[in-house]
Design a protein around this ligand. Structure first.
Ligand SMILES: [Zn+2]
Ligand SMILES: [Zn+2]
Length: 406
């Protein structure tokens, strides 16, 4: 199949894709339940194939069956926005208090573009392409909910490969890249509440001060990590908030102090180990100072993203197909992963595949200083969308055609 012809065809979709993207942007919704977004997605893929809606979330799956039977490839686009008040200056900026600051509006539009390409050429398809439109990526575990609902299964069978993309404003527009192995970190968290006893600030021996215990805990985290977890396998534990006392007075010892830290790991081994080390350390310090401590790890519900591992063969396929779609010089092997988390990792635990980063910095900005994903000022160059759709469609065709030849 001629992937460059597919890319040329995708370019004619640009106005359709931009108008879809702007519509999604204006109705930005947060979390697992995105009724307006779901309705807009459904409208744009009408007649393309078999549709199923999620039960515990507003997901949409679209199954396009090829002319010949065969296995299935999954293509995933996330749908949710962030609770950010937009200040991007875009003419289509959202005014409802939520913002597509992570570019998931582009991802939906890219997925829809890819679905139209696959549908147009389904006569050349030996197998099926299953499109996932997934809510709740930003910390709500939407991918896990969809997996639990069996949204990845076609007649009870798992797809043979899964692909997804993510736009970033910190990379030059039009550059696509990925790498083998761990591409994105597991993102989890710990919340620590220290329960002592309050009292008069002048007589600490009559109370049980939780603040000095909290200070010891925070100071001990880094040395504990450094001496117990291999430094060549990065592990980040960063305390991002502390809460204690009342700033209107300096003579009251509070009964309680608390803090929270984000936890990022790049291997399954460290995922478990850092949690064990933190729990032993913080319980130990609490015990030494005679206070109670309550640890809530990953929301208490296992709500950490998994480490996102790209499959070696899938990355080889991206490296071979991307230059055919994009032309020379636009696909790179990324030198390192990123400590950001992404719940597509759960899909790639079940199904081998690849996640590809796309530079989408507006050409008039400098990628090194442009407002970053999640910023209220972030803007994306959405002219990258047709190439992204063509790449995803090409990966699906390539995977299925190879399986048919085998
Ligand atoms: Zn995000
Ligand atoms: Zn994102």
């Amino acid at each position: 199949m001629d992937y460059s012809a597919l890319a040329a065809e995708a370019k004619t979709y640009l106005p359709f894709m931009q108008s879809n993207r702007q519509k999604f942007h204006q109705i930005a919704e947060v979390g697992l339940h995105l009724p307006l977004t779901q309705a807009a997605v459904l409208e744009s893929i009408e007649g393309l194939g078999e549709i199923k809606l999620g039960k515990g979330l507003s997901s949409v799956t679209l199954l396009i069956r090829g002319a010949k039977p065969g296995p299935t490839v999954l293509i995933r686009a996330d749908m949710d926005a962030l609770p950010v008040i937009e200040d991007s200056g875009e003419p289509f900026a959202s005014t409802n208090g939520a913002m597509h600051a992570c570019g998931h509006d582009l991802h939906m539009s890219i997925g829809i573009g890819a679905a139209h390409l696959v549908h147009t050429h389904r006569d050349k398809l030996a197998g099926n392409v299953l499109f996932w439109f997934q809510p709740g990526e930003e910390g709500n575990g939407g991918a896990d909910v969809m997996l639990a609902e069996g949204s990845h299964l076609v007649e009870g069978v798992k797809p043979i490969a899964a692909y997804g993309v993510h736009v970033f404003s910190m990379y030059q527009s039009g550059i696509f890249g990925t790498k083998k192995g761990a591409l994105m970190a597991s993102a989890g968290e710990i919340k620590v509440t220290i329960k002592g006893a309050g009292g008069h600030g002048s007589m600490p021996w009559l109370s049980n001060d939780p603040i000095s215990v909290m200070a010891q805990m925070i100071a001990s985290i880094q040395p504990a990590i450094n001496r117990e977890l291999k430094q060549l396998d990065p592990t980040i534990v960063n305390v991002c908030w502390v809460k204690a006392g009342n700033d209107v007075t300096s003579n009251v010892t509070p009964a309680e102090a608390s803090f929270g830290a984000t936890i990022r790991t790049f291997s399954d081994e460290h995922f478990d180990k850092v949690r064990m080390v933190l729990s032993r350390l913080l319980n130990g310090i609490a015990d030494a100072f005679g206070v109670e401590v309550e640890l809530v790890i990953d929301n208490g519900m296992g709500h950490a993203t998994k480490v996102l591992y790209n499959d070696d063969d899938a990355v080889d396929r991206v490296a071979r197909v991307a230059p055919q779609v994009l032309g020379a010089g636009r696909y790179i092997t990324l030198p390192e992963g990123t400590p950001g988390g992404e719940d597509f990792a759960s899909v790639l635990k079940e199904i081998p595949g690849a996640f590809v980063f796309i530079g989408a910095c507006p050409p008039e900005l400098d990628p090194t200083t442009a407002p970053n994903n999640h910023s209220e000022k972030v803007r994306f160059d959405d002219t990258v969308m047709p190439d992204a759709s063509a790449l995803l469609a090409s990966l699906a065709f390539d995977t299925l055609n190879e399986a048919a030849r085998a």
